[in-house]
Every structure is written in C-alpha cells, then in structure tokens.
Design a protein around this ligand. Sequence first.
Ligand code: ADP
Length: 327
Amino acid sequence: MSKKVTKIGVLTSGGDAPGMNAAIRAVVRTGIYNGLEVYGIMRGYNGMIEDDIFHMDNKSVANIIQRGGTILKTARSKEFMEAAGRQKAYENLRKRGIDGLVVIGGDGSFRGAQRFSNEFDIPCIGLPGTIDKDIAGTDYTIGFDTAVNTAVEAIDKIRDTADAHDRLFVVEVMGRDAGYIALHSGLATGAESVLIPETRTDVEDLISGLTEKEKRKKLVNLVVVAEGDEMGGGSEIGKILKNRLPNMDIRISILGHIQRGGAPSCQDRIIASRMGYHAVESLLSGRHNVMVGIVDDKMHYIPLDTAVKEKQAFTSDWLKIIKILAS
Ligand code: ADP
C-alpha cells in the first residue's frame, strides 16, 4: 500500500508547449480542492536542484488558462542527468515534505522523472506536454493541436503568395524527429507532398510527380517537410528541387518558433485541464509513475518507462490520402 501524498510539486520541463499553463492550473486547483499543499517548481528540474520552489494557491493560477508558454518557465537541466543533481533535488523536496510530483513535458522529461522516482521515494506523474506528439499511450499531447493550427494558418498565407506568383514553396515545420505536425498540417493545407522522418523520402518520386503535374499545368504550390526528415529538412529538399527543376520558381520557408507560442487552442485547454485533474487523482489513488493520456476520449494510464520507449502509432495511410487528393 503506497503512502498517502500530502504535498505535491508541479513543474514544466523540456520544450514549452501551449496548454502547459492550463495543465498547471488544473493540477494546482485540483490539488487544493483535495486538501493538498501545492508547490510550483521553476525552470524544470533546475528549480528542484536550485531550490527555486514556491507555495501556490488558487490565485497563483488565475488568468493563465488562455496563455501560451508556461508561468513556471521551462529548461533543460544537465545537472539532473547526474546522480548528484538528483540527490540535491530530492533533498530540496524532502525538506518541504513534498511527497508527489507532476511533471509536464516530453519524453526526455519522463525519462528524468522515471529515474528520479526509481531512486527516491517520490511518486511521479507525467503529463504529455509537447508540440511534437511523439509520445505513445495518448491520442493527444498538450500543445500539438495549437502548433498544427498555427502551422496551417501560416501555410495558408504562404499558399496565397505561391498561387499569386505560380511558385512552389517548400515549407519546413517543426516536430524534432517526428512527422506529425507535417502530416497533419500537410493534409489540412492540401500540400502536394509531405516528407517525414517516419518514411524514407523518395526524391525521384517527388521530382517525377512535380514534373508530371507541371506538364499538365496543374498548379503545385506546397511541399511540407518535417524538420527531422532524413534528407535534412526544408533547406536541403529546397536545394535539391531548385537544382533538379530549374524551370520552376521555388522558394523555401522555415516556419520555426512561431509554432511553439500563442494562445492554446480550445482542444489543448480541454485536454490539459482533464489531464491535470487526473494527474492529481492518480497521486491520490496511489496510481504512481504513470503518464496520464487520453485514448478514444477516455483517460489512459501507461507506465512512464513504456511512454518513453514506444512511439505513437503512425497513420501511414494519410500519406496515400495526401497523394491522391493532390492529384
Ligand atoms: P523533452 O521533455 O521536451 O523531451 P528533453 O529531452 O530536453 O525535453 O528533457 C528534459 C530534461 O529532462 C533534460 O534536460 C534533463 O534534465 C531531463 N532528462 C532527460 N533524460 C534524462 C535521463 N535519462 N536522466 C535524468 N534526467 C533526464
């Protein structure tokens, strides 16, 4: 029987994602509702090591559900990778009596949480907070929907100018080594082709497809490339296409960090709120060292180490749909 938690800490770690604030709000208010003391930990695991920890009340999370970024700030912590860093972090939690932790972040952050809870007697709950959607055991990750909508809005604008000038734009979107943002935004914007790291990019096939469309005067405006595509992302693909298709007016656009910020979408606020609530419920009910996800619209719990080992199932038929719809 696990011991009952009384004081919990919440932190955001790794890359920021819109909706993290909504998740923090849900954790804090659900914790307080259940009689827990809740502490905010600044800058991810760094705040634990440097003792940058503060007591939170309901007011601490007022007026943040609609804000991008994270009020707790986020960071990557080299020190937490070392045993000495984690020991320091543990001592800072112990001196306050913090006996449960909610970590909002990506797979790296979960790896840290798993290690920490194996070494010390502090149960950790992970909430998937990443725009990349590269975590198994959940249909949604906090921030992905907002990032995709931002990408779609930007690509629609690029399409206007591409159309006006009869240009082909190679647009690079984020996603680290995952292609979900590219796949979703490419399908939603009617791209000719979407290049992602999950499948080998066939440049010859891409070039012959574009050439064939050019011959029959089909307007081709957009190729969407994931930054982690094994060919080297948008710049590399753009260079190859410019070399091989000199008659085409080809431009490259790297969307970059605009995809991280901004007000979270309705969907991200909702999943963040549900996940935050269930993170606290999990700690209270003794369900420890799991990630809280949502599968088929129901809460889903998987061990943290499984969440980091497995990749989210990849919907390969989408590439076929993209190709057919762009024909
Ligand atoms: P994300 O959570 O977005 O995937 P990172 O991969 O940068 O981001 O991980 C965030 C932080 O989690 C790292 O800076 C580090 O402090 C911690 N972390 C990652 N992997 C480990 C590990 N194997 N052991 C301890 N801490 C880790």
